[in-house]
Design a binder for this molecule. Structure first.
Ligand code: C5P
Length: 227
């Protein structure tokens, strides 16, 4: 059983989401997918027809959006203004726009406050929560007892993402996915507020050669070590 927070950060395609979900389910803990919250806010911005260079417009549209993120590791749900948007936020339009929207400080302020509220409630009710994102160990929960930063070669990450896309019926090629993964990494790691980086006290786990069971086993070992 997990007490407290496990912070899981890293770029996309490292197997982070699947591993985080399985880790939480195995430990009887809650699970928070913060990327889904940024994606839902991005969908709200796109629906409002705001130009992606209009920071104030983005902040306003995101502030008006009601994003509700569930914490069940077996059934993670995302609602935008009462509508289940779990599938739509994985589509190409949102994926293309999510990094610029996430870079707007007012958007992050709102969502980080909501994430901290969800985490506090989960700790009270369940005792433990696995939180995955880009800035969990550095900004959202800097005092998390266990922080893990997942990495993997860009090629391996693109292959994983392309496989996930085709499994969910979205068309993509490894080349196009590699370009998308690299574009988002570059954007996320160079933004001014809470850029993607490993916290100084994070354990770095390279998943290039690991499958999901291997990644899960490595994470469970780390939880044991830090319990
Ligand atoms: O994890 P996922 O790929 O769904 O995240 C989508 C995007 O949301 C990331 O590329 C990043 O721009 C943003 N994000 C963020 N901070 C987080 C989680 C996600 O900026 N904690």
């Amino acid at each position: 059983e997990l007490r407290g927070v496990v912070a899981l950060d890293g770029p996309s395609g490292t197997g982070k989401s699947s591993a985080a979900r399985r880790l939480a389910a195995t430990l009887g803990a809650r699970y928070l997918d913060t990327g889904a919250m940024y994606r839902a806010a991005t969908l709200a911005v796109l629906r409002a027809g705001v130009d992606l260079s209009d920071q104030a417009g983005i902040a306003e549209a995101a502030a008006a959006a009601r994003v509700v993120q569930g914490t069940n590791p077996d059934h993670s749900t995302t609602h935008l203004d009462g509508e289940d948007v779990g599938a739509e936020i994985r589509g190409p339009e949102v994926t293309l726009a999510v990094s610029p929207v996430s870079a707007v400080p007012a958007v992050r302020e709102r969502l980080v406050a909501e994430q901290r509220r969800i985490i506090a409630a989960a700790l009270e009710e369940a005792g433990g929560i696995v939180v995955e994102g880009r800035d969990i160990g550095t900004a959202v929960v800097p005092d998390a007892p266990l922080k893990v930063y997942l990495t993997a070669d860009a090629e391996a990450r693109a292959q994983r993402r392309a496989k996930q896309d085709s499994a969910s019926g979205r068309e993509s090629t490894v080349d196009a996915t590699l370009a998308d993964v690299q574009r988002r990494d570059a954007y996320d790691s160079t933004r001014a507020v809470s850029p993607l980086r490993a916290a100084d006290d994070a354990v770095v786990l390279d998943t290039t050669a690991l499958d999901l069971p291997g990644t899960l086993a490595a994470l469970l070992d780390l939880v044991d070590d830090h319990g």
